[in-house]
Ligand binder design. Structure first.
Ligand SMILES: *Cc1c(COP(=O)(O)O)cnc(C)c1O
Length: 231
């Protein structure tokens, strides 16, 4: 069932790329395994997936441990909130953090990234819909934050990430994704070599790809709905 769902998601990505005139390899599927057991990740690995996203630090660390035999081929991405007192195990165990929303957190991740590992890939989270309760840098602060984070020695600043407000139709979904892309292009013009726009989920991946997403983060379209109690 997971393999069938994955095939469907890859078809959606391929048609969205075709419509946007983009090569299908320009979009990476990040399989969001939060709230789903390690066995579900194994099934996705058997179906060919290698990149997994976790929201909760503790749950992610437990799964990384349970799947230690697959550590070589798998890439683990943190896509949920990161408190600055929880950075050490993340710097030590994850490959990516999409949700850097404070310079202080980035500084700690850089200081704590073990020297024998590659620099930790990070994205700045941007509060692109301007929601009061949403995490992320305000768009107006993103450029200064990007310059500061890009200067940290043990981090590789890869790009920007956003979780736009849910919207009912394609054109409305496109707007915040377009805003994130324009911000991204602005950073390019300032000389930052970024390659990642992390945007698009189960409900809006087509709109995100139309606006240039390079990583789409997809959970429920692969694993089914999450248990409600968790979030
Ligand atoms: C849960 C989550 C996703 C996946 O959402 P789906 O709607 O299940 O595809 C993507 N990104 C983030 C940050 C999430 O928390």
């Amino acid at each position: 069932m997971i393999a069938d769902n994955l095939a469907r998601v890859h078809e959606r990505i391929a048609s969205a790329c075709a419509r946007a005139g983009r090569p299908v390899q320009s979009v990476t599927l990040l399989v969001v395994s939060k709230t789903h057991p390690a066995g579900a990740v194994r099934e996705a690995v058997a179906a060919g997936e290698r990149k997994f996203g976790e929201n909760y630090v503790q749950e992610g660390l437990e799964k990384i441990d349970l799947l230690a035999d697959l550590r070589g081929p798998i890439e683990w991405h943190l896509i949920g909130p990161l408190q600055s007192n929880k950075t050490r195990p993340v710097a030590e165990q994850f490959d990516w953090v999409h949700t850097v929303e404070r310079i202080r957190t980035a500084e700690r991740l850089s200081a704590q990234r073990p020297p024998q590992l590659r620099p930790l890939s990070v994205c700045l989270q941007v509060n692109i819909s301007g929601e009061a309760a949403k995490a992320g840098f305000a768009p107006a602060d993103a450029a200064a934050a990007a310059q500061a984070v890009a200067a940290l020695p043990r981090l590789a600043l890869r790009g920007l990430m956003a979780i736009p407000e849910p919207a009912p139709d394609f054109e409305t979904q496109r707007r915040p994704h377009r805003a994130l892309r324009l911000l991204f292009e602005g950073l390019h013009r300032q000389g930052l070599a970024l390659d990642t726009l992390s945007m698009g989920m189960s409900a809006d991946l087509e709109a995100a790809i139309a606006e240039g997403a390079t990583i789409v983060r997809v959970g429920s379209a692969i694993f089914g709905e999450r248990p409600r109690s968790r979030r």
